[in-house]
Design a protein around this ligand. Structure first.
Ligand code: ADP
Ligand code: MG
Ligand code: MG
Length: 885
């Protein structure tokens, strides 16, 4: 077994494809080295060792690892003509984590390892720059102290100890910035840091370089299981069993003077997709300075003026890497004395907008085929492109401006800590997380917030990168902002005035322009841009499933049609009754004591329904419209306030007491499993009869206007075939009568939403022209789990990995999916061409859409804004099935 793979010096023992073993960082370093790019030499300890350590406990390494590391280190020494721990030519290394899946900033990195009181003097002498040597040393002691020795802040309100000590020194020596500290002050920093280590851990800082190396290797392996890495993995569905690799790499220095720099760059703009080298750098700086927001970095374009040769080389390498990987890359580089070194490349995280633009551009540039472009798309991310933006007509002057780090608009009440954001969001508040800068510890708060605003940091700061990954609006580097976490206040200063803000105040952020507004601004729906249109044309050329929408109103139907919906898959007729003037009629119907009373109420409902259906048919001219007959959650319609009861009583000509008694009688112990769906029509057939009449009259009406209607009448919650046989007969009779001789093709089918219906689907299909799987109820009834109550324990189940995903979000393929497959098989055994669709929330969730494709569905139906997502997911499913043969 080989646990260690070397890279650098023009070759590598691995390639980009070896991510599972070498981690993403190690695999790509190997690939870059093999391409002959300037990569400092180093080696990767494989993820296998991490899995070994997880199993056998910390510091229990597999046999032979020691020797392999020693050999690989010797190779690095040879290539760099230096020796680890040497008193004349010391080798310094970085020890970097790198998991198979990208987890930016979630685990730890240590730079300048190999420094001690002897080697620091050698470094000073060798470089002729003592300031530099001590700058490296103080950074190393702080990083090592924090990551390996656990000298960290007690909680998020406190400054990390080494930051605090450095700030004290800066004050003492009147230094504004880190780089203003003198060599003597840096020596003092090292001594102070070491004293802090001794105080906190009770042991001296390790001087032996091999102890340092193994300490760092161990810490990186352990960081695989730190809470923030764990949280990140859960959020992104990354398995926790893979483990991380460790990369040990010769240091190059961006802090040797003004002809040195460190930076990050994207081969295209990650917020918009614009083809331009995009990123930031700092001169005379090291490593994390750019990302940590300690100093505000300069845009890459400035590098062309400051270090033109290195800039030209970066442009060349960036293009080479993008062409090689055929995707937008995210690069980390360091320039030492004018010479460029590449430290990392990976597929760049991008916003939904950039995802679309880059995919279309790469095809137009001939680098990808449309098929590849569609397979690269993450359908879920299209959601961001469809998000509302601030109404341009109602845009006041901005209170402040920062950098447009992640686009979209966000409105919310401001909070100043990640914990507060999480707590407020839990209470149902829409919040904005406002901080000086964010760190990986803030990730749960960023997730909970609608948007993020930071005073510091650039376009590639932690906040910016994480927000873009989450598709969340983010404004960084808002320099007018001052945050006082302890007092829970902030202020915006500028133009000679100061606006005071406190926790709970409302702001609106525009992540596309970087503007910050006081109060809440009106938003307008998104427009589909030209690039999305092109991408969607490709998508549609590959997909075989139709995509419809769930829409109850003409507005929703119109939106969905503009997003490419090919019909309505679910119109919930009870949703047409929520307006106050209508709900009264429904209450009368529910509370009527006999058929005559119900018919009187239904007579009021009939014209309203006819009008609604007619309007929906007009909007969906030429496309099928599935109308589900009444399935009212009774308890949602019953009046409760005395005044409401009185109102209904008056209409019914009954006493309020009698009505109250009736309400009591109708109250169900478990409404979800109660008197609803077609059960209502079995007991009170006149309800479906009148609805069918309203649909028929609406059809006849619009057909006269020249509208092409294809109604599909759907009967919900069928459990035994006989329900459907009877109701179908009743509905067909009423519908045809209402048509009054108009020739309209229509179908009658059922919603499959109970396990029993799946099991007896063959017999149900005798009476159904189509099946539409109602997966919300089917999930509830299969799991025996009420959606409304699951919030109490489902998060624990998810947390403990008892269920891989929320089954109400992503269709459970194992249980619910198996029932669906049974239902499709049964239905099609009776009717080989039975039309099959889905109309639950799952119809717009990518993994569920892919399931539906595999199960042989004709269409999926989802909410209007998810129609483009479903189209893309359907195309990917078709391509995946094709690839499998
Ligand atoms: P992350 O996974 O959080 O990005 P990295 O391992 O990439 O952490 O390290 C963070 C930064 O440290 C890099 O971007 C780079 O600037 C710096 N760094 C890492 N290794 C070296 C090295 N060998 N020489 C110089 N800088 C390095
Ligand atoms: Mg890092
Ligand atoms: Mg990195």
């Amino acid at each position: 077994m080989k646990y260690v793979r070397s890279f650098g010096g023009g070759s590598a023992e691995g390639r980009a494809k070896d991510k599972a073993l070498l981690g993403g960082k190690g695999a790509n370093l190997a690939e870059m080295a093999s391409l002959g790019l300037p990569v400092p030499p180093g080696f990767t300890i494989t993820t296998e060792v991490c899995r070994y350590v997880m199993e056998h406990g910390a510091d229990a390494y597999p046999d032979g690892l020691d020797d392999e590391v020693a050999q690989a280190l010797a190779r690095v020494e040879e290539l760099t003509r230096s020796r680890f721990g040497d008193a004349a030519q010391p080798l310094l290394v970085s020890v970097r984590s790198g998991a198979p899946a990208s987890m930016p900033g979630m685990m730890d990195t240590i730079l300048n390892l190999g420094l001690n009181d002897t080697t620091v003097e050698a470094l000073a002498k060798q470089s002729g720059n003592a300031w530099f040597a001590w700058d490296c040393y103080r950074r190393f002691v702080a990083m090592y102290g924090e990551v390996v020795l656990g000298v960290v802040a007690a909680d998020e309100h406190q400054e990390p100890p080494f930051d605090r000590l450095l700030d004290e020194l800066k004050r003492k020596h009147r230094a504004n910035r880190d780089q203003d500290l003198s060599e003597a002050a840096l020596r003092e920093a090292v001594a102070t840091f070491k004293a802090e280590v001794q105080k906190v851990t009770g042991a001296p800082f390790p001087d032996d370089v091999r102890t340092q190396l193994w300490g760092a290797i161990g810490a990186v392996f352990q960081s695989w299981n730190n809470p923030r890495a764990d949280y990140y993995r859960k959020m992104h569905g990354i398995s926790s069993t893979m483990g991380t690799a460790v990369n040990v790499q010769a240091m190059v220095f961006g802090n040797l003077g003004d002809d040195c720099a460190t930076g990050v760059a994207f081969t295209r703009n990650p917020a918009t997709g614009t083809p331009e080298l995009y990123g930031e750098f700092l001169t005379n700086a090291q490593g994390e300075d750019v990302v940590a927001g300690i100093r505000t970095p300069e845009p890459i374009s400035e590098l062309a003026t400051k270090l033109p040769a290195a800039h030209a080389e970066l442009v060349r390498v960036a293009k080479l890497l993008e062409d090689h990987f055929r995707d937008m890359q995210d690069l980390e580089f360091t320039i030492q004395k004018g010479q460029l070194y590449m430290l990392q490349t990976r597929t760049g995280k991008r916003t939904g907008k950039a995802m679309v633009r880059v995919a279309v551009d790469l095809v137009n540039e001939g680098k990808l085929t449309p098929r590849e472009a569609v397979l690269r798309i993450e359908p879920g991310k299209l959601d961001e492109v469809l998000h509302p933006t601030i109404d341009p007509k109602a845009r006041p002057a901005a209170a402040a401006k920062g950098l447009p780090a992640s686009p979209g608009a966000a409105i919310g009440r401001i909070v100043f800590t990640a914990n507060a954001a999480a707590e407020w969001a839990q209470r149902g508040e829409q919040v904005l997380l406002v901080r000086t800068d964010t760190s990986p510890e803030d990730i749960h708060g960023m997730k909970a917030a609608a948007g993020i605003l930071t005073a510091r940091g650039g376009m590639t700061s932690h906040a910016a990168v994480v927000a873009r990954g989450m598709g969340k609006c983010c404004v960084t580097s808002c320099t007018a902002l001052r945050v006082d976490v302890a007092k829970k206040t902030a202020s915006i200063v500028g133009g000679g005035k100061e606006t005071k803000l406190k926790e709970g105040d409302t702001l609106t952020l525009d992540g596309s322009t970087g503007q910050v507004f006081l109060g809440s601004l009106p938003l307008v729906p998104a427009q589909l841009g030209a690039e999305l249109g092109t991408l969607m044309e490709w998508v549609d050329s590959f997909r075989t499933m139709k995509v419809r929408t769930n829409a109850d109103t003409p507005t929703d139907a119109r939106t969905a049609r503009s997003f490419g919906a090919e019909g309505i898959g679910l119109c919930r007729t009870e949703h047409m009754f929520f307006q106050p003037e209508r709900i009264l009629a429904v209450r009368e119907m529910i509370l009527a004591s006999d058929e005559a009373g119900r018919r009187a109420a239904l007579a009021k409902i009939l014209p309203m329904q006819r009008g609604d259906f007619a309007e929906l048919f007009r909007v969906m001219d030429g496309l099928p419209v599935t109308i589900r007959l009444l399935d009212p959650p009774l308890h949602e319609f019953l009046p409760h306030a005395p005044q409401e009861i009185e109102e209904v009583a008056k209409e019914l000509g009954q006493s309020p007491a009698k009505v109250a008694a009736k309400i009591h009688e109708l109250t169900e112990a478990n409404p979800m499993l109660g008197h609803r769906g077609c059960r209502l029509a079995i007991t009170y057939p006149e309800i479906y009869e009148i609805q069918a009449q309203a649909i028929g009259e609406a059809c006849a009406l619009v057909a006269k206007e020249g509208v092409v209607v294809t109604p599909e009448i759907m009967i919900p919650l069928v459990m035994v075939p006989e329900e459907l046989r009877r109701l179908r007969e009743l509905v067909a009779r009423a519908f045809e009568k209402a048509l009054g001789g108009a020739q309209i093709a229509y179908t009658i089918g059922t919603m499959i939403e109970l396990p029993r219906a799946c099991v007896v689907a063959d017999r149900i299909a005798e009476h159904a022209d189509f099946f539409s799987f109602g997966t919300n109820d089917l999930t509830q009834t299969t799991f025996g789990l009420s959606r409304d109550d699951a919030g109490r324990f489902l998060p624990t189940y998810l947390d403990q990995g008892l269920v891989p995903a929320d089954p109400f979000v992503a269709l459970d393929p194992e249980g619910v999916g198996a029932l669906i497959e049974l239902g499709v098989r049964g239905g099609r055994a009776t009717r080989p061409h039975l039309k099959v669709g889905i109309c639950g929330e799952h119809g717009g969730e990518p993994s569920s859409v892919e399931f539906c494709h595999r199960a042989g569905f004709d269409y999926v139906s989802c909410s209007p804004f998810r129609v483009p997502i479903a189209r893309a997911a359907a195309a990917r499913a078709a391509l995946a099935a094709e690839a499998k043969g």
